[in-house]
Write a protein that binds this ligand. Structure first.
Ligand code: DMJ
Length: 401
């Protein structure tokens, strides 16, 4: 983006002020997708050694979280003491968290020569592969001690989401050699389609949440990344399913657009329902907020690159206009508490994924296809680009040009 001065400033901060010997609990997942992902991208895009070194040091800090009987990591780790603990889910580990390490950890092995990172994520893969799955579905909670599912809650939104994303992206990042990831992705998608996919009376396609066989007819904003994921994966599906997946991706993305279009601000709520005659709208204030999330524009970007249908740029522009109107503040951009009110009540937070993802996907939506081409890059779940392995090495890394 030619933001060279800002880049130099950020690099100086990483060099001088990004200290890792700090006390306090850090989330394995968030540190991985936001910090390690960001550092890896910065290294691949610039070749600056400091980013490679920091990414590896940070990766080493996370390793104590894997000291469990199954090797399924716990959710948090203390950088200073190296102790590790439980996170929000009581005694379980969360599918989207331990299932979204694969891309970054393979790159850590590639860039450090240490096999330990790759070994950790390959073990997670094999534990998951070998587990009995209810109807082929992956529940969101797993005990890292016994290696058994803790609850039967399945979701393509929060708690599950990026696990599915990392399967298809592992296949793509390996230059289509990681057949296991591909197989697991299409099997999981098929189960999701069979048990979670629905069409509303008004004709909107959505992915519900599953609780031991009972459906919650709602979709979280987070689940809206799935339009983009299904589009991305459509091209490598069996030939007779490709068109079907392209259409499914477009339908889900259309539904997510509806959740924006049906609000007064033209920004979408945190969750929207399909019940009691209501479609694609939040049903209570506690789920009516928008915190600058990226998933909907992420799908517009993938669908645009796949189809070049101008509707996706039009929809993206609606978001730009609404962000300017309702989220811009003197100091930056802020989330809003109610997308159904045109008098914005700001939450006073600019989430880091706004720059990393929301603005990046919007930028890419309006760029030529060869800017971070999908032939050469996969985006981690925080939209940090990682190179596709065209060289056949273990992770897929290519030295920066
Ligand atoms: C991001 O941190 C990542 O995309 C994550 O996978 C879930 N969603 C948030 C932003 O909404």
């Amino acid at each position: 983006m030619e933001l060279k001065e800002e880049f130099q400033e950020a690099k100086a901060w990483v060099e001088d002020s990004f200290h890792l010997n700090v006390s306090g609990e850090a989330s394995l997942f968030e540190v991985n997708i936001r910090y390690i992902g960001g550092l890896l991208s910065a290294f691949y895009l610039t070749g600056e050694e400091v980013f490679r070194v920091k990414a590896i040091q940070l990766g080493e800090k996370l390793l104590p979280a894997f000291k469990t009987p199954t090797g399924i990591p716990k959710s948090s780790v203390n950088f200073k003491s190296g102790s590790w603990g439980w996170a929000t889910a009581g005694s379980s580990s969360i599918l989207a968290e331990f299932g979204s390490l694969h891309l970054e950890f393979l790159h850590l092995t590639e860039l450090s020569g240490q096999q330990v990172f790759a070994k950790k994520v390959r073990n997670i893969r094999s534990v998951l592969r070998n587990l009995e799955k209810p109807f082929g579905l992956y529940p969101n909670f797993l005990s890292p001690v016994s290696g058994t599912w803790v609850q039967q809650h399945v979701s393509v939104g929060g708690l599950g989401d990026s696990f599915y994303e990392y399967l298809i992206k592992s296949w793509l990042m390996s230059a289509k050699t990681d057949v296991e990831a591909k197989t697991m992705y299409y099997e999981a998608l098929e189960a999701i389609e069979t048990y979670l996919l629905n069409v509303s009376p008004g004709g909107l396609t959505y992915i519900a949440e599953w609780r031991g066989g009972i459906l919650d007819h709602k979709m979280g904003h987070l689940a809206c990344f799935s339009g983009g994921m299904i589009a991305l994966g459509a091209e490598d599906a069996e030939e007779e399913k490709r068109n079907h997946y392209r259409e499914l991706a477009a339908e889900i993305t259309k539904t997510c657009h509806e959740s924006y279009a049906r609000s007064d601000t033209k920004l979408g709520p945190e969750a929207f329902w399909f019940n009691s005659g209501r479609e694609a709208v939040a049903t209570q204030l506690s789920e009516s907020y928008y915190i600058l999330r990226p998933e909907v524009v992420e799908s517009y970007m993938y669908l645009w690159r796949q189809t070049h249908n101008p509707i996706y740029r039009e929809w993206g522009w609606e978001v730009v206009t609404a962000l300017e109107k309702y989220c811009r503040t003197e100091a930056g951009f802020s989330g809003i508490q109610d997308v159904y009110s045109v008098v914005p009540s700001h939450d006073n937070k600019q989430q880091s994924f706004f720059l990393a993802e929301t603005l990046k996907y919007l930028y890419l939506l309006f760029s030529d296809d060869d800017v971070l081409s999908l032939e050469d890059w996969v985006f981690n779940t925080e939209a940090h680009p990682l190179p596709i392995n065209h060289s056949g090495s273990s992770a897929g890394a290519r030295r920066p040009r």
